[in-house]
Design a protein around this ligand. Structure first.
Ligand SMILES: N[C@H](CCC[C@H](N)C(=O)O)C(=O)O
Length: 315
């Protein structure tokens, strides 16, 4: 029975969070979809169950517990489907743990379906009021090679299918570069884009414009020291959700694709500007690091009607 929930977002990618320490409330797909429903439920791009790794019964969670990750981020997309990782969600998850006093460190491991991730609370590099977190997203992969493209993506509003590069951040991504901001704005993401070859597990699709003039240089210098920074504008059609204001794993995939296409000497720091806000991606030692804000927005008590509707959808 879900009697309490919270909501939060990372750069406008928002989530319903449900505390379930003992893993007693593993929601069904239909229950998850109702919680995420913006009209009939609470509303969010995804649902995050906050569960103790040792009690979750989720494959791999025992290893997370053994690695010191007391808490496990059990993430599901708005359609109820499971996903391996959520970059914006893990920042909100970490913020929830800190704000609730469920962890007492500023740098701690958390469990995810893509393994244990280290999260560190940092100051907003622009001096703003929001809590920022830096996440070691782990090793990334180009499943079908990193030079050029391995897929074609057909999108409403974009003339002809465009080449795209597959990037794996624990969850699948397909990144394509557009020629201009106007073309980026013209993409109509109300219908799912068509990817060829069809990815067997589905994919998150990122549309980017590499945008050195995006105005991040001065800020970038503050945040990256002397290092040059790349800048990308991005929109995303997320697997299991649709278009969202931001995607953390997608921002990493976008930066990694732009860095690969830029060739030798490309920056290791990238600012990825999305409709919901800007995050920073660092690449080092074959790993990606994602930094960005996290905000808790509300505490929610489901009404008796919603509670009854959720119970009716129990497994
Ligand atoms: N829709 C994604 C999961 C959420 C990713 C996104 N919200 C993020 O911040 O990384 C998938 O099915 O792989």
């Amino acid at each position: 029975m879900i009697t309490q929930a919270s909501t939060g977002h990372g750069t406008g990618n928002d989530f319903v969070l449900v505390l379930d320490p003992q893993g007693a409330n593993d929601p069904t797909e239909l229950q998850t979809a109702l919680l995420a429903d913006r009209r009939r439920g609470i509303g969010g791009d995804g649902v995050i169950r906050v569960v103790r790794s040792a009690d979750s019964g989720i494959p791999g969670a025992e290893q997370a517990a053994a690695a010191g990750a007391e808490w496990f981020m059990d993430y599901r997309n708005a359609d109820g489907s499971l996903a391996e990782m959520c970059g914006n969600g893990v920042r909100v998850f970490a913020h929830y743990l800190m704000e609730r006093g469920l962890v007492d460190a500023h740098d701690f491991p958390v469990g995810t379906r893509d393994g244990t991730k280290r999260v560190e609370r940092i100051a907003d590099p622009r001096g703003g009021p929001e809590a920022w977190y830096r996440v070691d997203m782990g090793e990334y992969r180009f499943p079908r090679g990193s030079d050029g493209a391995d897929s074609l993506v057909e999108t409403d509003g974009i003339a002809v299918a465009r080449p795209a590069l597959s990037v794996d951040l624990g969850n699948p991504h397909t990144v394509l570069a557009l020629a201009s901001r106007a073309e980026l704005d013209a993409a109509d993401l109300r219908r799912p884009p068509r990817v060829d070859p069809v990815p067997p597990e589905g994919t998150n699709i990122e549309y980017i414009v590499v945008d050195p003039a995006s105005g991040h240089e001065p800020t970038g210098a503050q945040e990256t020291g002397a290092q040059a920074a790349g800048a990308v504008r991005m929109r995303v059609h997320e697997r299991g959700v649709g278009e969202t204001f931001a995607c953390g794993t997608g921002a990493c995939a976008a930066a990694l694709a732009a860095r690969s296409w830029a060739g030798a000497g490309a920056p290791d720091y990238w600012f990825v500007e999305q409709p919901g806000g800007t995050v920073r991606v660092e690449v080092a030692g074959g790993r990606a690091y994602l930094s960005g804000p996290a905000v808790l927005t509300a505490e929610v008590t489901p009404s008796p009607e919603l509670t009854a509707a959720l119970e009716a959808l129990a497994g």
